[in-house]
Ligand binder design. Sequence first.
Ligand SMILES: Cc1cc2nc3c(=O)[nH]c(=O)nc-3n(C[C@H](O)[C@H](O)[C@H](O)COP(=O)(O)OP(=O)(O)OC[C@H]3O[C@@H](n4cnc5c(N)ncnc54)[C@H](O)[C@@H]3O)c2cc1C
Length: 425
Amino acid sequence: MTRNLLILGAGTAGTMIANKLRRALPHDDWTITVVDRDDRHLYQPGFLFVPFSDHSPAELVRSRRSVLHEGVDLLLGEVDRVDPDTKSVELQDGRVLTYDYLVIASGTTPRPDQTPGMLGDQWRTSIFDFYTLAGSTALAEALREFDHGRLVVHVTEMPIKCPVAPLEFTFLADSWLRERGLRDRVELVYVTPLSGAFTQPIASARLGAMLEERKILLEADFLVESIDGEGKVLRSYDEREVPFDLLVTVPLNMGADFVARSGLGDELNYVPVDKHTLQSTRYPDIFAVGDASNIPASKAGSVAHFSAEIFTDNFLRLAEGRPMTGSFDGHANCFVESGDGKALLIDFNYDTEPLPGKYPLPLVGPLDLLKETRANHFGKLAFRWVYWNVLLPGRPVPLPAHMSMVGKVLDLGRADEGSTDKEEE
Ligand SMILES: Cc1cc2nc3c(=O)[nH]c(=O)nc-3n(C[C@H](O)[C@H](O)[C@H](O)COP(=O)(O)OP(=O)(O)OC[C@H]3O[C@@H](n4cnc5c(N)ncnc54)[C@H](O)[C@@H]3O)c2cc1C
C-alpha cells in the first residue's frame, strides 16, 4: 500500500526535505505532497541587501514548482488546521488531505500586529521592517531620502529568525552612510531586548565592541510596550523612551496560526519536538523541521539544512521500521556582514557557543571565525548560488551536519591577536 508523506510549507526546510526524500524513497511505495500558500519561493537572506541596493528583488524569487523534484506534488492553498487524531489536514478552501507522516515546515513570520502602534499610520512611512520583501523594498526607498536624524534599529522580542540579521543591518547602514558622507549627520541606535549585542557571551562581547568602534549606541534590555508613531517614540515596559526619525524594526516572530488552531503549538505557535530527532513530543507521526519547531537552536537556514540532513536519514530508517539513530546537535553557522565588504562567521551548536578559529579546516580555513574578513563576505554572497543550486535541490554538501571543534580556538588570549583582517584593510 502506498504511504503518504505530507509536508506543510515549501520554504527552505520543506523543499530540502521533499527533494532529498523523493530521491531516496521508492516512488511506488511513497507519495510526497507539499502544501504552500503561493508559488513564490523567496531567498530571505537576500532581503538584508535590498535596502542597500546590492540585490534586486527579482533575483530573490523563484517558482516553488521549479525548485521541487518533479516527483513531488505541490498543492497551493492555505493550511487551516491539522487533526492529529484522524491524521488529516484541512485547507481553507475545504480540501482535506490525509497523511501517514506529517512534517510541519511552516516557518516563522514577523507579526507587526502584535505590538501596539507598530502597524499605525507610520508603518512603511517612518517605521519599516526588512524581514519581508515588501518591507525591505519600501525601506530601500526611504533610505534613499534619509540624510540626517536618528536611525533606530530595533528587535522586538527573541527568538527571531536569523538573530544576527538586525546587527548586520546596523553595520551595513553605518558603512552605507559613511560611503555617502552622511554618517556625521545620523545618530545610529541599536535597541534590543537582550542584555548585550547578542545572545552568547563571546560573540556578544565581540559584536558589542564592533558597535562601540562604529559609535553605534546600544540600548539593551529594552522590552517594547508600544510605539507612538505620531510622536516617533518607542516605549518600554520600564518606561524608557527611544525617539526615532526612521525606525527599522524586527517585529515579534511567531509560528503559523494553524499550529495554534490545531492545538499543536506553544505560546508563540512553535511545535514542541524532541530537539535531537524533531519528532513531536505528543504525536510520533508528526515532525517539525526548520523555524516551525521549538528547538533551542537559532532559527536559520543553516539550522534547517543541518537538521534536515539528520531528519531525512532518520526518516528513511523509520520508513523501514528501524529505530531513528541520528541525533541533531543544534548546529548553526551564520555569516555576519559587518560593512565595508567584510563579514564574520560564527559556528556553534546547543552546547558550544561561537568560538574564534578557522573554518572548516584547521590552520588553512579558508574562513575565519569571529573575525571580519573579505573571504567571509564573499562566502555570504556565494551562499545565494549554493542555496538555489545545492541546498534546495538536496544535493550533498561536503560539510558535516554536526558541529566540529576542529579549527576552533579555546584559548581566547590567542584568538584576540587579531579580530579584523588588518592586511586586507
Ligand atoms: C532578513 C533575513 C535574513 C536571513 N539571513 C539568513 C542567513 O544569512 N543565514 C541563514 O542561515 N538564515 C537566514 N535567514 C533565515 C532563513 O531564511 C530561515 O531560517 C529559513 O528560511 C527557515 O526555513 P523554513 O523552511 O523553516 O521556513 P520558510 O523558508 O520561511 O518557509 C515556511 C513556508 O511555510 C509556508 N506557510 C506558512 N504558513 C502556511 C499556511 N498556513 N498555509 C500554507 N503555507 C504556509 C510559507 O508560505 C513558507 O513558504 C534570514 C531570514 C531573514 C528574514
